[in-house]
Design a binder for this molecule. Structure first.
Ligand SMILES: *[C@@H]1O[C@H](CO)[C@@H](O)[C@H](O)[C@H]1NC(C)=O
Ligand SMILES: *[C@@H]1O[C@H](CO)[C@@H](O)[C@H](O)[C@H]1NC(C)=O
Ligand SMILES: *[C@@H]1O[C@H](CO)[C@@H](O)[C@H](O)[C@H]1NC(C)=O
Length: 371
């Protein structure tokens, strides 16, 4: 029976992947984004000039209110456009600060009314050829940068779908390796080594990449992201050095292991500065590997787990909040911030819940073996 299980698993995953890949096709004619008379909403972005940016930041609510009134008046489209005053982001690579604003354009069900798609095109053309339209007259609309126009904003879902396919493929790949390892050595803590720890490392890399690529989108994002990246590392280093030296002192077996597997030991000691879960990896005996059998004392292993949960509250919880706020307040959906939000959720969930469900996982693993 065991032989059939991986095949079954792979088949199910493949079917699932094919299913979500196919579901992409119909959305080519998503509402509001293609056919002229499709009902549905759409959204666009506007770029403010440097002086417009200053005006906006002085009094965001009033500015945006006046701006949307002016646009509605000059294009005679009252009630069809809506600019949220609290969502914006800085455009990359501009010499002076310039802000992007979101414009939501409502669809309509009334025949003979222009669709949201038509309105967006109209808005884009009026802004691009501002000298030929009334839009350059208004005291606020003159703050719109004509070189940028009003490009359509991609839908969050269109971007996350491909990301989701990637995440599911990656996870299923790890699941397969986990299954093989668990088959080889059921007593090991295979799950945390093969699935959980790689996720933590990916999450850490994404934390850095998102700051590098999107850090400047909002002024607070870079600072907050950096603080909640560096402070936890400091605590990890302290805790890790303490735990390791404590184990080396109190367990002869650990000391012996340390000198016999010096490279592995040093690599994972270093990785534990990023996340203490690395210390669980070297005690996991994953797939029966004796280099991963550091023989920490029971007490030491409990202490590792307790530290992981405590540090999660100064690392993963704030990061999750920051990434959620980024999604809430920025304008243009992008892949990396979505990915990092995904991974922050998964890692936090594992860190806090996994230790509670290890027993169930063990039972599940045994079921698979005797299946
Ligand atoms: C950003 O600006 C630098 C120089 O100002 C330029 O080399 C680079 O190509 C620009 N990047 C983008 C994405 O426009
Ligand atoms: C906006 O209008 C300009 C001028 O017609 C055009 O070149 C550009 O492609 C349009 N952009 C979008 C996103 O429709
Ligand atoms: C510590 O947590 C890991 C999961 O990361 C678990 O496998 C292990 O059994 C836990 N150890 C103790 C002593 O609770």
């Amino acid at each position: 029976m065991i032989v059939y299980f991986p095949k079954l698993l792979i088949t199910v995953l493949l079917l699932f992947l094919i299913d979500i890949t196919n579901s992409q096709l119909p959305t080519v004619i998503a509402p509001g984004s293609g056919n002229n008379n499709e009902p549905g909403d759409t959204s666009a972005t506007l770029l403010l000039t440097p002086s417009g940016t200053k005006n906006y930041l002085e009094n965001r609510k009033a500015y945006v209110n006046d701006m949307s009134n002016e646009i509605s008046m000059t294009l005679s489209i009252k009630g069809r456009i809506f600019i949220p005053y609290d969502r914006y982001q800085y455009k990359k690579n501009t010499s002076e600060d310039q802000i992007l604003l979101l414009v939501n354009i409502k669809g309509t069900k009334i025949p003979n009314q222009p669709s949201s798609f038509t309105l967006r095109n109209y808005l884009n053309n009026s802004i691009t050829y501002r000298d030929l339209s009334y839009i350059s007259i208004g005291p606020h609309t003159k703050d719109i940068d004509p070189t940028y126009g009003a490009p359509e904003n991609p839908h969050l879902w269109d971007i996350s779908r491909n990301t989701l396919i990637g995440v599911v493929s990656g996870l299923s790949f790890l699941l397969i390796i986990w299954f093989v390892a668990a088959n080889k050595f059921p007593e090991g803590e295979n799950f945390s080594t093969i699935i959980f720890f790689p996720l933590i490392l990916i999450d850490f890399m994404l934390d850095i990449v998102v700051l590098g690529v999107h850090g400047r989108d909002l002024k607070w994002f870079y600072i907050c992201g950096l603080v909640f990246l560096l402070i936890p590392i400091f605590f990890n280093i302290m805790t890790s050095l303490y735990l390791i030296s404590n184990q080396l002192k109190s367990s002869r077996a650990t000391e012996q292991w340390w000198y016999n597997n010096l490279i592995t030991a040093l690599v994972f000691a270093f990785l534990s500065f990023i996340d203490l879960e690395a210390l669980n990896v070297i005690t996991s005996r994953c797939a029966g590997d004796e280099t991963l059998n550091a023989r920490f004392t029971e007490d030491g292993r409990k202490r590792i787990n307790r530290s992981i949960v405590i540090i999660a509250f100064i690392e993963d919880v704030p990061q999750l909040i920051i990434y959620v706020l980024y999604q809430r307040y920025t304008v243009i959906p992008a892949i990396i911030p979505i990915l990092v939000l995904f991974s922050a959720c998964i890692v936090l969930l594992f860190k806090i819940c996994y230790r509670g469900i290890t027993k169930e996982l063990d039972i599940f693993q045994k079921h698979l073996m005797t299946f």
